[in-house]
Design a protein around this ligand. Structure first.
Ligand SMILES: [Ca+2]
Ligand SMILES: [Ca+2]
Length: 302
């Protein structure tokens, strides 16, 4: 089956230039079904956020070694970006089926890898290899749907949780009302980091506290190359303890490389601010997992 369109996105932070290329990605089939869970979280101790910070605050990341992408990308200028870190989310009347099979996604996918300008890299080893992938969001007026296809780095890890970021996984960062005004540091009550690993396990975090992710459905599918996987997610305002999503939500997404007992790297799509501009973290780290003001945004079109 065909793969949804994917995009190459170059963001020049601090300037107005946004270069986008989207097209058909010829990657092979996605096995329907796959693993997943309904998102009830665990309680307990928090996330280990230690590690070095591999780039400046929201700035340009130097070219680094990356897992090669499969398939080709042709030009398409309509890839759902209003500007650096500002995603536009289309409203659909027929919501995707959350089954890990992304063939029901027709929207443009945004590409993210370690060479993506504006991406934020946290590298905890000198392995020099990073996951790469594509993501897309749509909404139906009540729920938000997120799809990702990630080329992982073997081994993918088999941590049973809660430290799912120590496996190859994605992290979805959302502030449901998009307001950061109630924050000095950390997360407000309607912000959560949701980690979904390659095997479909889910864990929510609010900085270093594990939190539940109710009213959520996530499914993953392993791809035939043995290291790539898809993720398909439905989240509701209640997932974040909110009555409704704001017209613009806080949003970020990241690819984690892990080996099961440690996190190797994290590539975040965007980092709006950081320690050098007054929105670092109280624990000394400088990453979206510990300060939601670092998120980009996603505008939900009416
Ligand atoms: Ca689907
Ligand atoms: Ca790995």
């Amino acid at each position: 089956m065909g793969w949804p369109r994917a995009c190459l996105v170059s963001l020049f932070s601090g300037a107005s230039t946004v270069a986008i290329a989207c097209g058909l990605d010829a990657v092979g089939s996605v096995a329907p079904g796959g693993s997943g869970q309904d998102g009830s979280g665990q309680d307990g101790s928090g996330q280990d956020g230690s590690g070095q910070d591999g780039s400046g605050d929201g700035g340009v990341v130097d070219a680094q070694v990356s897992q090669p992408l499969e398939g080709g990308f042709a030009a398409d200028a309509a890839c759902n970006l209003a500007g650096p870190g500002q995603l536009i989310v289309s409203r659909v009347t027929a919501a995707p089926v959350v089954d890990g099979d992304l063939s029901d996604w027709s929207t443009c996918f945004t590409h993210l890898d370690s060479r993506t300008t504006g991406a934020h890299i946290r590298s905890f080893t000198d392995a020099g290899t990073f996951p790469s992938g594509d993501f897309a969001l749509v909404h139906d007026g009540s729920s938000i749907y997120i799809a990702a296809r990630v080329v992982g780095v073997l081994p993918l890890g088999d941590n049973g949780g809660p430290e799912l970021y120590e496996n190859d996984s994605i992290a979805i960062y959302i502030d449901a009302n998009g307001s950061y005004s109630d924050l000095n540091n950390g997360y407000g009550p309607d912000a959560t980091q949701i980690v979904i690993d390659h095997a479909g396990r889910v864990q929510g975090f609010r900085v270093t506290t594990q939190v539940a992710t109710p009213n959520m459905n996530a499914r993953t599918s392993a791809l035939a190359d043995g290291r790539s996987y898809t993720v398909e997610v439905r989240i509701d305002p209640a997932t974040f303890g909110a009555a409704a999503f704001g017209a613009t939500i806080g949003f970020d997404i990241a690819w984690n490389d892990g080996v099961g007992d440690s996190q190797v790297s994290e590539i975040s799509w965007f980092k709006k601010c950081g320690a050098s501009t007054g929105c670092g973290c109280s624990n000394g780290d400088d990453a979206p997992y510990c300060n939601s003001r670092q998120f980009g945004s996603a505008q939900l079109l009416p």
